[in-house]
Each structure stands twice: as structure tokens, then as C-alpha cells.
Design a protein around this ligand. Sequence first.
Ligand SMILES: [Mg+2]
Length: 301
Amino acid sequence: MSNPLNPLIELLKLVKLLVFDFDGTVTKNWEEALPFKVAYVHGLAVALDKSVRDTWELIAKTEQTVLKGDPAQYGWIFQGTLVSPATGDPYVLMLTVSRLIWMEVKGNLDTFEEFHAKAWWECYPKADTVFQPGVEELFRALKGKPFATEIVTNSGTGSVRDKLNRLGREFDWLTARIHGGAKKNEFYHYPRIDETSGELDKLPLRIDLPGFGRRVEVRRRQYFSVLNIQRWMVGADWSEICVVGDNLELDGLIVLLLGGSFILMMNEHTPQHEIEYVRAHPRGHIVSSLVEIQEALVEAA
Ligand SMILES: [Mg+2]
């Protein structure tokens, strides 16, 4: 049924560039990470000289500490600064939790990094590929649209391409549109003398967002550059750009601040304050399934 009040339909009518984050947006990364988690917890048990059962109990208990604790304390730390909540990504949550457990059991973190680096390389390849429901229908609906569709991800282009290839040759057009290594976590405070970053330099260094409990870094320069290049390619203003992502801070914040739109793909781990911020924002949209975007695309045609 057509819903003339659905702002998503109006957005998809005006957009010139639609950018998808990949992990957690196109895929269900919390499900993908389960085999990784099983292998990692096993390795942690061996390293801490504990039984696997006891280690799972510690994991469950410590996850609750992190999930119910102060969000300003836990997450992805880059150059000593928190740049994404622990709930933003299953691998960040695993790292956060295992670091706390290591500290609790051993009393220091002296050998933790060594353990983690080794466990990461052994366990990460075990992660699964689980697409969001409706992904094929969505990509089919996007093909041939009068706007550009791109994928911008922190992951490497190779791993994303390998996953997309599982969907078949029908989506080869999209595998040519993957932009990897976006470094959405990396922020910079110094202005740089080049005309490509002028708009970013006008934004504040950090802003207060309700519920985050900390100042949030704004100037994610590498991510900005990738988006900006795509913007030039299609001749779009920021107001004609929409990003779809599962992490407000990493995917959506600079887009909203620069005048673009953001569709938050929420999951069971999305913090309530992120949902509320996006919902209250005039250019923010919330979906819990790619099907909602696909249906809006059909209505917008
Ligand atoms: Mg993501």
C-alpha cells in the first residue's frame, strides 16, 4: 500500500547518491561473528588457564557489565579516544569484554595485545557470511535507478566483493562500486591545506550527543574524502546524499552535519539514544530491515 506520509519515499525521490555501509547493514554481522566468537573464547580459555565453560560464564557476565554500563567507558579506542560504542560491532564488543576479563584474571594487560593479535588472525577467518533478509530484492530494485549506489566500508574491498559474489553474477554491477578502507574510526584535529577538506574543517572538532556520555569526534577525514569523491562523481550536493548504516557515529554523523540524510539500520544492539537522535533529526530515518528501503524504492519510482 502506498503511504504518502512515508518520508523515506520522498527522500529516495530526491537522492542522487545512495551509500551503503556493508558490515551490519547489508549483512547481519552479529550472526556472522558467532563462529569467530566460539573460537576466540576457546583461545581465551586456554590463555587464561580456565575451562571453556567458566570462560563463557565470564564472557556473559562481563558483556552485561559493558552493555549496562556507562557507554562512555567502553568501545573502539583509536589513539586513546573512544570512536565507536562497544555495541556498534561484535568484534569491538569481544575485544572490550576479553580485555576486561584478562585484567580481572591476570591483574594486568601485559600480554593481552599479543594474545589478541594472534587470536584475531586465527578466529576472524572463521566468521560466517549472513546477509540481511531482502538484500537481493533491494539490489535488484536499485539497479538502473537514476541515482548512484555505492558501498563504502571500513573492510577491505576483497572481503566485501567475495561476500557479494555469493549472491551471484547478477550483482556484478555492485561489486564494481565497493570503496574499502574508509577508516570511519579515524579522526583528525589539525586543519589540512587542501581544498578537498574545507567543508569538514568548518565542522566542530567534537560535539555532544545526548546519551553518549562523551564528546563525539566529528572530523573523520578519510571517510569524508571517500564520500566527497563520490559526491563529485555524480555532481550531488550534500542534501542529495543519503547514507544507510548501522552505526550513527561511524556512518551517519558527518553526513547529517554536512546536510545529507542518514538511514539508521537498527538491530537488537543499537543503543536507544542513537535511535532517538536519528528519529528526532529532520534528515534522519530508522529502518529495521532492508525490505523497508526496497518497498520505499518501489513506491518512489
Ligand atoms: Mg556497519
